[in-house]
Design a binder for this molecule. Sequence first.
Ligand code: ADP
Ligand code: MG
Length: 656
Amino acid sequence: MDITNLKGVGAKRAHALQSAGIFKVEDLLNYFPRDYDDRSKVKTVVELMPESINTIRGVIAHDPESVNLKRYNITRIKIKDHTGLLEIIWFNQPYLKKNFIKGSEYIFTGKVRQNGPTLQMQAPDYELVGETQLTGGRIVPMYTTPKGYSQKTFRALIYKTLELCAKNLTQENLSEELRKKYGLCNREYAVRNIHFPESDEAFLTARRRLVFEELFFMQIALLEIKNTVAEQEGIALEETDYTQILDKLPFSLTNAQAATLDDIKNDFTSGRRMNRLIQGDVGSGKTAVAFCAAYLAAKNGFQTAIMAPTDVLASQHFAHCVELFVPLGYEAVLLTGSVGTKARREALAKIRDGTADIIIGTHALIQKGVSYHNLGLCITDEQHRFGVNQRMRLTQKGEMPHTLVMSATPIPRTLGLILYGDLDISIIGELPPGRQEIKTYCVTSQYRERIGGFILKETEQSRQVYVICPAIEESELSSVTAYTSKLSASLPNIKIAALHGKMKPTEKQEVMDDFKANKIQVIVSTTVIEVGINVPNATLMVVENAERFGLSQLHQLRGRVGRGTAQSYCVLITDAKNNQTTARMKAMTQTTDGFRLAELDLEQRGAGDFFGTRQHGLPAFKIANLYRDLDLLEIAQEAAREFKAPASFLSAQIFI
Ligand code: ADP
Ligand code: MG
């Protein structure tokens, strides 16, 4: 059922909900709280604790008053219970006055202060007693609210929806046997109690069940891939001489690259289906290996699809492919959001009839309308940006194609086995020769002027620069553009351009092209450029508010420079002084080893500070937290191994 069918959800609200990923009523029920506030203990006036948040229940003792003072307005009510009186005030909300009627009973949650002799509660959450109690007197859920919703209105929407639909829309998807064996509650109970827990215990029971469910289906998906692959015969390639493409590359492969390519070649000829992960630090040259593999496939008459997470990265790969493959008589096509209708139609036709040998694109590659002629090899770049099911969907486009996934993000072994357990792994453990260690500095914003001088110096030597400013989505545009104009004003002689997620794909492409051609010297950007971008002439990376990024992400960002033989630099700017930030910055200035940084990152996360699982290559979970729920993960893994179900059951589930 679509959310527009819900009462009170008009076009505007529907849009806000959709922006938060809520399209169907089921999605709303599966939109779990980010946090809870335990307001189940209701106090009396004498029990109130000043300077802390309290919940109290009381009857309005007088008619509310609303007073206009010089600078502001105060709305004041007094409530009483059997132990005394409490004053409650709001600033500048005179309209609240009409909400409170003398003699009615309300429940309030807010901060209490001693104001002279009077105990006062300021601007509390409130609710009439007698209605269903949602904001007080219980454990109250807190959501990441969609635009235009307050906690209160969103909570009410969820509550109402649960009342109306929970029975029908929380269909059980774990067998009774399984639930019994692992002590899991039923789905309806879990969904109800994850939103409005009846007690701490009920919450834990609900969460455990939902975490298990999420991890279980992920494990099933992984095992499914693994089993299918292990059993499967693969396309055996015959022609494995790739001298031609090696001659086209402007460098010779490092030993590690060559060894990885050997692994791939062995898979190709083994008669088994390849399912291989290439793990190599940023800048280790994974792309060249992927292209050589694509060449072998093309030479044997098979198509290769290369999927990248962003338009910009896909276009970059495409440009490379054209350069390499067209002279060898092969054709490459691009399929992304920035490709126009006509070009798209042409590309689709070429993919279908087999004219296209190398097909490069974003998620567009796995869409319905794309059908391949004879897909022999699927490559996903920056795999950690995709879910397991997207990887699967790409391979399902062909008949048992070989699969190659690439990732720079090292993940700890325990998690690696679980998440990539279905893959063989090749590691590119060395960087191409001639690379110099990127010199990394951490400074405060007082150095900004000197950094301007640094930027100028690099550009004078015809080098190029990235400046990253972090921005919350809402203000992304303004922060990047404001920064760009400020920098342009202070450095009038160099060409500086902004690049951010709100730009049209074609605009982004234009900026990237000009940057590659050194027509633009400095790009001011958010993390759009974080993955994969390769402009070897860029030698300076400046990261503003570096404290906002996790270690792995900083490492990815830094990896945008130091891609050529010139000395490169990374300057991290932060004014944050807390221990964690200091430790992170120190690690960045002391090591450029991605594996070491990933370990440190995890240690820090273990201490409770999270930056999102994305940078670690772990799929985004709705509720599970792999650092906290490792024990449940093990149980889910065991359950998944024992589980046998028809394939139709699997494809009906949504995972990851
Ligand atoms: P990543 O592994 O991060 O995807 P890329 O494939 O983008 O790295 O390669 C980084 C840079 O190193 C590119 O400019 C690429 O041309 C260059 N490169 C790759 N392999 C070699 C090599 N064997 N010798 C010299 N340069 C190389
Ligand atoms: Mg790459």
